[in-house]
Design a binder for this molecule. Sequence first.
Ligand code: UDP
Length: 358
Amino acid sequence: MKIVTVVGARPQFIKAAAGSREIRKEHQEILVHTGQHFDDNMSDIFFREMGIPKPDYNLGISGGSHAQMTANMLVAIEEVLVNEKPDALLVYGDTNSTLAAALAAVKLRIPVFHVEAGNRLGTLENPEEINRITTDHVATLDFCATMDSYEKLAREGLADRSHCVGNIMYDSFLHFADLPWTPNILGLDGKPVEVPDEFYYMTCHRQENTYSDEPLTEILSAMESLDAPTIYAVHPRNHERALRILSKEHFSNIILTQPVGYSDSVHLTKNAKKIVTDSGGLQCEAFYAGVQCVFVLDFVVWPETMVDNRNQLAKADRNDILEKLSKEQKIDPLYQPFGDGHAAEKICGIIRDWEKNK
Ligand code: UDP
């Protein structure tokens, strides 16, 4: 088959690294990058480092309101689909790129395959929730990372098109976690950062935690008081704010870095004392690595990680974060709800069966 894959944001590149490798063994893949993330350290580095094929199209669409971004993508992706006439469209996750591609394809009657389907935060206050729901419902095949996601789709009447295959990010994680690590981390001043023997790893970029100085100051104030420095890989949107807070509050136990590459992120995760994040992907990686995580948000994203203090929700509140960090986790080595690290192969197998029977 000819399959158009649309990606646009960092977590999608990480998923596509595993997906494209497998898809290209038996199909022709046309890769479209919407341009949603465009800096070298938010985009190109993943293509280089993870061996993701060069995109056939780069639409150069980023910024603006949700409506502007999604609308511009919808128009540009429709044009690609009309030109390429693919047999199917493949999308990952829940970004505006995912939604725009799914809508463009379904209106052209091109079957949509959605990887990481069935996640629900249970509230439309989360801007990506509408992207998830819409994409799952217009898709022909929904690939779920966990049984919980599969059951959520079954409750929405989508069981017949849904398959639990495991988390495709786990495929990428296992691959990179086993490779040797040569850190290549730059501070916000562009100078190389030395990784301390003991450290906490933090990412924080969601709107809910970075719309003003207040929530981020609370989070950083918790990190400042810990027994080892924190490496905070700062999303480009928040560079200025993070620098300002550190200087205003005289915080000196926090190392601000530019976004790191995937190998660095995986190895920082594996070697950290604990992790504080508002990232959906990083909390799963913490879980895979057996490193305890505190997730700063009001909503659970991956309920299967929320066991035995392995991942705990915290408010953007210094005391709440410190209290959660003070707890010990318990790890049951037999508990692995994210599959076996072969999600991409399973996805290809199901696509093969679908193609035979359609
Ligand atoms: N990540 C990375 N470099 C960084 C921060 C995160 O490679 O500086 C990786 C992280 O390991 C995880 C993914 O990016 O695999 C998470 O992406 P992000 O936080 O942008 O999105 P979300 O998970 O919230 O959808």
